[in-house]
Design a protein around this ligand. Structure first.
Ligand SMILES: *[C@@H]1O[C@H](CO)[C@@H](O)[C@H](O)[C@H]1NC(C)=O
Ligand SMILES: *[C@@H]1O[C@H](CO)[C@@H](O)[C@H](O)[C@H]1NC(C)=O
Ligand SMILES: *[C@@H]1O[C@H](CO)[C@@H](O)[C@H](O)[C@H]1NC(C)=O
Ligand SMILES: *[C@@H]1O[C@H](CO)[C@@H](O)[C@H](O)[C@H]1NC(C)=O
Length: 405
């Protein structure tokens, strides 16, 4: 065991040394590009910085996994009398396993080619009544003897169920040391997360720090778990019987708990975090009738509600919006730009000056729109002027507040 650890540390050190050398040389090559234009040098340096950041993140992850497992190296993973008690409890038939996770790691890379497949739709259903937190030991199961592969979804008699987020009494879940999830379940927007797993024994909720697992929240109020062999026998992943209610929550609800014992469905608060802002310009000249000005130079398009290919803004939520639009004209007779909302001409930017004078005219308009309303600017007559940097023909707007109509 000790030898294994040293080996692991050695690999870690070699890895670290390897990446460092490579990066230093690449950074040096970037600095040596003295003959290249400054922006190319900068781009190169930025790229290197990105690479370094990524490598750092990867190293950190590796380090975390190592430090999860390393404590088992320096000291025996289990107290000997626990060993004995567990062995005697299981009638001496099952040998006690104290293997660390490293022995299982060979071949664990085989799932990687499945990247891109959503585990929410590609999982193995695990419907075993004995995993329930209210199941008292009648048979003693050890999840170490399972051949885990890929993702799993827990069921209880066909109904969705979750892992417990708190300590489970020993001798439940059909095993001696029940495994529970530390740190709670993720939210959908968290994607795949890694969570620690603890095994309760001897009044110590986390006497066994089991191998961390990956968890993902799925639409429809269920979770998928990437179970792996736990570090000891006899331990097994539990299914929290109190979370059966979560399977009944609707799509518009989430399953909540304060104490991690009582769970209930709660309607999702309509938290529209709508931040909608856009600002675009037309970098040329327009004369006569142009149905929709296609403001193709987009400076801001927060929320992507403005389509620079069509020039149309479409309200993504109901609420109060403010728009502004402008033109610049000179000596070419009256010029009118109209703000068109749902097909109605609502506001004009009008200008009319004679001779060599030129003038700009900015108009604003504030209104309440329903979700889906369309807004664009039409050029009805006259001539508007702009070049690529003057930004005189512009169109922009913001959602000021979300409001149901
Ligand atoms: C193991 O069992 C013995 C006798 O049954 C008991 O005295 C001892 O406290 C137990 N050890 C643990 C760690 O539970
Ligand atoms: C466990 O809980 C389920 C659901 O409430 C119930 O149907 C089952 O009978 C319980 N089992 C035990 C052993 O109490
Ligand atoms: C600017 O627009 C306003 C409102 O349409 C109009 O009354 C005004 O005459 C315009 N200004 C000029 C200089 O054309
Ligand atoms: C654009 O127009 C402005 C204002 O007339 C002028 O100062 C600027 O030089 C012009 N830029 C280009 C690129 O033509």
């Amino acid at each position: 065991m000790l030898a294994l650890c040293i080996q692991v540390i050695a690999v870690l050190v070699i890895c670290a040394a390897g990446t460092e050398n490579r990066d230093v040389s690449t950074v040096f090559s970037a600095w040596n590009m003295g003959d290249k234009p400054l922006h190319e040098q900068l781009a190169m340096v930025y790229k290197e910085m990105e690479n370094l950041k990524n490598e750092q993140a990867v190293m950190k992850q590796k380090h975390e996994v190592m430090s999860q497992a390393l404590p088992y190296c320096s000291q025996p993973p289990l107290n000997t009398d626990v060993d004995m008690n567990l062995t005697s409890l299981s009638g001496g038939e099952h040998l006690f396993n104290t293997l660390s996770q490293f022995e299982d790691e060979e071949g664990s890379g085989e799932d990687e080619h499945e990247a891109g497949v959503d585990p929410c739709h590609h999982y193995t259903a695990l419907d075993q009544v004995w995993r329930a937190t209210n199941y008292t030991t009648k048979k003693v199961v050890c999840d170490r003897s399972m051949q885990w592969k890929g993702w799993y979804r827990l069921f209880y008699r066909g109904k969705t169920i979750q892992m417990p987020e708190r300590c489970v009494r020993k001798e439940m879940c059909g095993t001696h040391s029940p495994l529970w999830l530390v740190g709670g379940h993720p939210r959908i927007r968290d994607g795949v997360v890694t969570r620690k797993v603890c095994g309760n024994w001897r009044n110590n909720c986390c006497l066994y720090k089991s191998t961390p697992i990956q968890v993902k929240a799925c639409i429809g109020n269920y979770y998928v778990y990437k179970f792996v062999k736990p570090v000891v026998c006899h331990s097994a992943y539990c299914a929290d019987i109190n979370t059966l209610v979560c399977g009944k929550c609707r799509k518009s609800e989430s399953c909540i708990t304060r104490d991690k014992i009582t769970w209930m469905c709660q309607k999702n608060r309509n938290r529209v975090k709508a931040k909608i802002h856009f600002f675009a310009s037309f970098p040329g000249q327009i004369s006569g009738k142009v149905n929709k000005i296609v403001y193709r130079k987009v400076f801001v398009n927060q929320g992507r509600a403005f389509n620079y290919r069509t020039g149309i803004f479409r309200a993504p939520v109901s609420g109060v919006y403010q728009f502004f639009f402008s033109t610049q004209t000179g000596g070419s007779g009256p010029t009118d730009l109209w703000l068109v909302i749902n097909g109605y001409w609502m506001a004009v930017s009008h200008s009319n000056v004679q001779g060599p004078n030129s003038v700009g005219n900015l108009s604003t308009y504030m209104t309440t729109l329903r979700k889906g309303a369309t807004v664009y600017v039409t050029h009805n007559r006259g001539r508007s002027w702009a070049n690529t940097s003057s930004n005189t023909i512009i169109f922009g707007g913001s959602l000021l507040m979300v409001r149901k109509i």
